[in-house]
Design a protein around this ligand. Structure first.
Ligand code: ATP
Ligand code: MG
Length: 418
């Protein structure tokens, strides 16, 4: 076959797709309990948007974007979105919300594109479910965001750890950055080539290096450089997290590599994923709205890596079953007409029902019912039609009983309930 899919792009069929949808459904139910409103933003934006917000020196902008020149008059340079935050911030400013109604609680969901080396949990098209809150500079908001994530991981029954840090603000970060540059120069020989570039362009990213992870254990910690306001903010976040019963670990070397990030940064790691274990990442970005031409409004947000979270629930054995409650077997044309009605009634009673192809032999059909994992087979022949009954065969226990059509839904629900 020549027309194969592209490297790093996935087809998800059946259980793998279902696991992704489950993460998205649970996340949606969660954010609705937190009074959040949905935002839908374009997949294609000006490349400049990401250069301005994600940052020229970020891995994303430097090497991961799918970007091309549109054939319009202005030959606009556009990019497939590599992350959601820039588009959300642009939309927020473009709608004038930063001035009219600055306090906003928004969520989005959809595909992101990054041209990176594909591996397990790392794809070129992947899905994020994200949250952005504007106009809330207070520590209670940071805490609530983390409580929200804690709630989701518990709901999905994924083993997880929460790591938090504070990377300071415009005022105190220059000192930390200076210390990192100094440390980087002192360890020049030991650092990888990427880190040699990072030292001048984006020294915070030294701490994010996957190659030099061991070496960075001796690097300066952001917490040692916080100003009084940032320290108080961080202490309050920790106190509120404890009050909210969130277990967390302070990781003083966790950074977000972009300039607009301020104060609280966090990552959530799930078990059973190997190298790509970060399933949620986020932080505060109090400078971003202003940097992008809006008012000086605080912001904080996170994104769930839906693909990785789906792998985590599958690894934890939490993958939901899509097996039907009942497979319907109709023998002959009259029975088929009857079966259509029975199937409809059962579905209206909220049961998952699959009607099997009527042309086959009973033995083949029972084998098919077992193969799709149906709990029971509902068997209908001419005799059953005449008497207004169905045969319900429990496929696990190999027992069979006759019930009135009106009782069928209850009998199936009972068999399922065991
Ligand atoms: P990493 O360090 O793993 O590259 P990142 O810092 O680039 O992650 P963010 O931009 O913070 O990640 O995105 C938030 C989350 O989105 C990540 O924690 C991860 O779960 C998910 N994610 C990011 N890139 C990918 C990808 N290429 N494939 C699958 N999921 C991804
Ligand atoms: Mg990345």
């Amino acid at each position: 076959m020549e027309l194969t899919r592209l490297r790093g792009f996935r087809d998800l069929i059946g259980a793998d797709a279902r696991a992704m949808s489950l993460v998205e459904e649970r996340a949606r139910a969660l954010v609705e309990r937190y009074s959040m409103k949905e935002i839908r933003i374009p997949v294609l934006e000006r490349t400049q948007l990401y250069q301005r917000s994600t940052g020229e020196t970020s891995d994303i902008v430097e090497k991961q974007m799918y970007t091309f020149t549109d054939r319009d008059e202005g030959e606009t340079v556009v990019a497939l979105r590599p992350e959601g935050t820039p588009g959300v911030v642009r939309a927020y400013i473009e709608a004038g919300l930063d001035r009219t109604e600055p306090e906003q609680r928004l969520f989005y969901s959809g595909a992101m594109f990054r041209r990176e080396r594909p591996q397990k949990g790392r794809y070129r098209q992947f899905f994020q479910f994200g949250v952005e809150i504007f106009g809330r500079p207070d520590a209670a908001c940071d805490a609530e965001i983390l409580i929200m994530i804690d709630e989701l991981c518990r709901d999905l029954k994924v083993p997880f750890t929460v790591e938090i840090n504070s990377i300071g603000c415009q005022k105190c970060r220059p000192n930390f950055r200076g210390a990192l540059v100094q440390w980087g120069r002192a360890h020049w020989e030991e650092l990888c080539d990427d880190c040699h570039n990072r030292i001048d362009r984006n020294p915070l990213r030294l701490l994010d290096c996957k190659i030099d992870a061991k070496l960075t254990e001796s690097a300066p910690k952001s917490l040692d450089y916080l100003c009084d306001e940032c320290r108080t903010h961080f202490d309050t976040v920790k106190e509120l997290l404890s009050a909210g019963k969130v277990q967390f670990v302070v990781n003083p070397r966790m950074v977000r590599g972009l300039d607009y990030y301020t104060r609280t940064a966090f990552e959530v790691m799930a078990g059973g994923l190997g190298a790509q274990s970060t399933v949620v990442a986020g932080g505060r970005y109090d400078g971003l709205v202003e940097t992008m031409g809006g008012a000086a409004v605080a912001g904080i947000g996170f994104a769930i890596g839906v693909d990785r979270m789906a792998l985590a629930i599958q690894a934890a054995g939490m993958a939901p079953s899509a097996a039907p409650d009942a497979a319907i077997i109709a023998m002959g044309p009259a029975a088929t007409r009857h079966a259509i009605v029975v199937a409809r009634n059962l579905r209206e009673a909220n049961l998952n029902v699959e009607m099997l192809s009527p042309q086959r032999k009973m033995k083949t059909l029972l084998a098919r019912a077992a193969k799709i994992g149906a709990r029971v087979a509902v068997i209908i022949g001419d005799d059953e039609v005449a008497r207004g009954v169905v045969q319900i065969r429990d496929l696990k226990q190999s027992t069979q009983r006759e019930v009135a059509v009106a009782e069928a839904a209850r009998a199936i629900a009972d068999a399922r309930g065991e």
